[in-house]
Design a protein around this ligand. Structure first.
Ligand code: GAR
Length: 175
């Protein structure tokens, strides 16, 4: 299967999808990003994966590129913009979010989890819809929040969960 990935940030999920044995039988054919300082670019270059910067408003360009690369699944891996017209994209589209959706949509998830003294947090993979961090949930995994956790430790904990959860969700969708 041919995967297209979209990123804005560091790209650890991107690299994990490329290398994780649960789903690396699929080929990541294209990475689209929308930021100048996108860490995923160096990771894509390391693996020889084509990467193209497209402004977040230019969804027609993204659609054209994903069509040209004949992708079977589009994976948002830390893509920090809401897409206006996900139904127009040429393949199913999924996203990962660092919370137990429908709780804590949007930014500053870990900060809000700590502030509200939650006992559990986690990560969710869901189908992308035109609403922020919404759409049908595919997989979710939780972890305990300890009284010693802060924003940074929680971010690290949840990212670790994401790195097992996302490959599992991709495998589930592509079988
Ligand atoms: C991840 O924690 C991901 O869940 C989050 O951005 C981070 C990207 O990390 N995505 C969202 O918050 C989307 N709403 P990465 O660039 O290292 O993969």
């Amino acid at each position: 299967m041919r995967l297209g990935i979209m990123c804005s940030g560091n790209g650890t999920n991107f690299e994990n999808i490329v290398t994780n044995p649960v789903c690396n039988t699929n080929e990541v054919v294209l990475m689209i990003h929308n930021t100048k300082q996108c860490g995923a670019v160096a990771r894509a270059a390391k693996f020889g994966i084509p990467h193209i910067r497209v402004p977040h408003k230019d969804e027609d360009k993204m659609i054209e590129l994903f069509k040209a690369w004949r992708v079977d699944l589009i994976v948002l891996a830390g893509y920090m913009r809401v897409l206006k017209n996900p139904d127009a994209f040429p393949a199913p589209m999924i996203n990962i979010h660092p919370s137990l959706l429908p709780k804590y949509k949007g930014l500053n998830t870990h900060k809000r989890v700590i502030k509200n003294k939650e006992t559990y947090t986690g990560a969710t993979v869901h189908i992308v819809s035109e609403k922020l961090d919404s759409g049908k949930i595919i997989l979710q995994k939780k972890t305990k929040v300890s009284k010693y956790d802060n924003e940074k430790t929680l971010e690290k904990k949840v990212l670790k969960i994401e790195h097992t959860l996302y490959p599992q969700a991709i495998k589930k969708l592509l079988i």
